[in-house]
Design a protein around this ligand. Structure first.
Ligand SMILES: NC(=O)c1ccc[n+]([C@@H]2O[C@H](COP(=O)([O-])OP(=O)(O)OC[C@H]3O[C@@H](n4cnc5c(N)ncnc54)[C@H](OP(=O)(O)O)[C@@H]3O)[C@@H](O)[C@H]2O)c1
Length: 339
């Protein structure tokens, strides 16, 4: 573990961005990997790695079937003779109905899931509210990511084989921006409003902080889910969070100021999406050492102090409980994951 500070000053960011990352080399023969949001950016590059590493099946998701067919061709371009079977599912994280229909289809149709990489995500400074009544960044990055995680977890567990070198693994794509979250909403943790409702309140949530906060909540969620897995699945599944680092992609799609700031940072130090996606494969094949951990630059790292401190650990439990409460109102299957 190279970095223990739990902080991300710009000096560390630059150091991390310059770190050379190993090209993934763990074979994926016979494995089925699901990657969400794989028509572009990091998801697309991660899918290419899986094909190169000879996965039996790569399931990608896109928002429309048409995008999926284009993505399939793009993924196969570097390996046109690959034997990997690529299939496309559609899901829109901005709708719980779509997420539920997607997860149900996967559960019904896919015989086994060895690795699931929940990569789809947005960074938006505009305030958009979904049909489900949640601010969109919060719903896409946190609630829908958690919902898919919980619905697919029993299926992922079915892949566990004591004799296999690779553990069934759920990878949640988070970000080093979680270190920068202001977390103004924490003052509502012990009030009736709670953290999620405070994040859903336009008067409380800062537009620029929404994305950072969503990535922080993902870290809390995966750490608590790891504890649940240890207690209830005897550790048969690995859940881990991965930061790809600052990468060239389509993530920043709106906001002139945001684009200028992010564009400058990217111009100075961004990785290509291919290099960033190496982290995904590292996390997906690292096994127990990555369980419940935050991975960056292809190593286990210490997440933000606001995660690991005494207060942070209590906040983690609270965030997990609130997510479970919100999702249990949609789907009874989620209740079992309560701590
Ligand atoms: N790029 C970075 O510097 C960076 C740094 C740290 C973490 N990350 C994380 O890495 C992940 C991938 O980001 P990226 O940089 O590769 O961005 P990207 O190029 O914008 O790709 C995002 C993917 O997510 C999909 N997506 C967006 N909204 C969705 C929705 N409502 N439902 C379903 N799919 C949706 C997109 O589909 P469409 O093409 O249809 O929109 C696309 O496939 C995100 O979780 C992001 O937070 C990125």
């Amino acid at each position: 573990m190279a970095t223990q500070t739990g902080k991300m000053p710009v000096s560390r960011l630059i150091r991390e961005q310059r770190t050379e990352l190993p090209i993934p080399s763990t074979p994926l023969d016979g494995k089925t990997v699901l990657i969400t949001g794989a028509n572009t950016g990091l998801g697309l590059e991660a899918a290419r790695h899986c094909v190169r590493l000879n996965a039996a099946n790569v399931i990608i998701t896109t928002r429309t079937a048409a995008k999926g067919e284009v993505a399939k061709e793009e993924i196969l371009k570097p390996n046109p003779d690959s034997k990997t079977n690529i299939s496309v599912y559609t899901v829109n994280y901005s709708s719980f109905a779509s997420v539920k229909a997607f997860a149900d289809k996967v559960i019904a149709e896919v015989p086994k899931l060895d690795i699931v990489i929940l990569n789809a995500g947005i960074s938006a400074t505009n305030w958009n509210v979904t049909e489900d009544g949640w601010e969109e960044v919060l719903q896409v990055n946190v609630l829908s990511t958690a919902y898919i995680s919980l619905l697919l977890l029993p299926k992922i567990r079915q892949s566990y084989e004591a004799s296999s070198a690779l553990m069934p693994t759920l990878v949640i794509v988070t970000s080093d921006t979680h270190y920068w979250a202001r977390f103004k909403q924490r003052q509502y943790a012990s009030e009736k409003m709670g953290i999620l409702n405070a994040m859903n309140d336009k008067k409380i949530s800062l537009n620029v902080d929404k994305y950072f906060m969503s990535k922080l909540l993902e870290v809390y969620f995966l750490r608590e889910l790891a504890k649940w897995i240890d207690a209830n699945y005897k550790g048969d599944v690995v859940v881990t969070g991965v930061n790809p680092g600052l990468c060239h992609s389509e993530l920043i799609r709106e906001g002139v100021i945001t684009n200028i700031i992010a564009g400058t940072f990217k111009w100075i130090m961004a990785r290509t999406a291919e290099v960033g996606s190496r982290n995904y494969l590292w996390a997906a094949t690292a096994g127990r050492k990555a369980h419940g951990q935050y991975v960056g630059s292809c190593e286990v790292q210490k997440p933000a102090v606001v995660v690991t401190s005494e207060e942070g650990q209590k906040l983690g439990v609270k965030v997990y409980e609130e997510i479970l409460e919100a999702l249990s109102a949609l789907d009874d299957r989620v209740r079992v994951f309560s701590q």
